[in-house]
Ligand binder design. Structure first.
Ligand code: AMP
Length: 181
C-alpha cells in the first residue's frame, strides 16, 4: 500500500495505529493519549488533516486551533481547506486580547483567550483540537468564537473520550471525532 491515500477507511486505520496511550500521565489514574508519533509521520499527519477537515460539513471560513496540539493540527487543516487559522491561547500569551473565557478543570480552573481583530463576525469557524475529554476546553473556545459574533461550523478532534461526556457540553455544535476510546 502506498504511504499516501485518499481512502477514508485507510486514513483512519493509519491514525489509529499511530496513537499511543500512556498510563498515569500527567497524574496517577489518567490515561494520556499521545499524538507525537502521529504528528511525526508524514502520511499519518496528512491522513489526520484530511479527516479533521471533514468536520466542516457545510464549509468553513476559518479554523480555530486550541492550544497547544490544536495549533499544529489546526494549521494543517486550515491549509487543506484554503483558509486561515486563529490560535485560541492560554491566558497571558496574547498581546492583544478580544475576550477571555474561564472554565473548570478537575482541580481549579483555566482561562483561554481569543486574539483581537482576527475573527470576522458571521465567519464559520471550524474548531480543532487533539482530544475531547470533559469538553470544558472546547466549550470555552466555542464561547469565545460565538462571543465574537462568529459561528461554530464544527468541532473536529482526533480522539473523543465518550465516558467523560464532553459532547454534552457542546450541545448544538456539530462534533466530529475521528476515533473514540
Ligand atoms: P477537556 O477540557 O477535559 O475536554 O480536555 C481537553 C484538553 O485537554 C485537550 O486540549 C487535550 O489536549 C487535553 N486532554 C485531556 N484529557 C486528555 C487525555 N486523556 N489525553 C490527552 N490529552 C488530554
Amino acid at each position: 500500500m502506498s504511504a499516501s491515500t485518499t481512502d477514508p477507511a485507510a486514513d483512519l486505520d493509519r491514525v489509529a495505529g499511530l496513537l499511543r496511550d500512556v498510563p498515569d500521565f500527567p497524574t496517577p489514574g489518567i490515561l494520556f493519549w499521545d499524538l507525537s508519533a502521529l504528528l511525526a509521520d508524514g502520511a499519518g499527519l496528512a491522513a489526520t488533516t484530511r479527516l479533521l477537515a471533514g468536520g466542516a460539513e457545510h464549509g468553513a471560513d476559518v479554523v480555530v486551533g486550541i492550544e497547544a496540539r490544536g495549533f499544529l493540527l489546526g494549521a494543517a487543516v486550515a491549509q487543506s481547506l484554503g483558509v486561515g487559522v486563529v490560535a485560541v491561547r492560554k491566558q497571558g500569551k496574547l498581546p492583544v486580547v478580544a475576550a477571555s473565557q474561564s472554565y473548570d478543570l478537575e482541580y481549579g480552573s483555566a482561562t483561554l483567550e481569543l486574539p483581537a481583530d482576527v475573527l470576522r463576525p458571521g465567519a464559520r469557524a471550524l474548531l480543532v483540537d487533539d482530544v475531547l475529554a470533559t469538553g470544558g476546553t472546547a466549550a470555552a473556545a466555542c464561547a469565545l468564537v460565538e462571543g465574537a459574533g462568529a459561528r461554530v461550523a464544527g468541532v473536529s478532534v482526533v480522539l473523543e473520550l465518550p465516558a467523560l461526556r464532553g459532547r454534552d457540553r457542546l450541545a448544538g455544535r456539530p462534533v466530529h471525532a475521528l476515533l473514540a476510546k
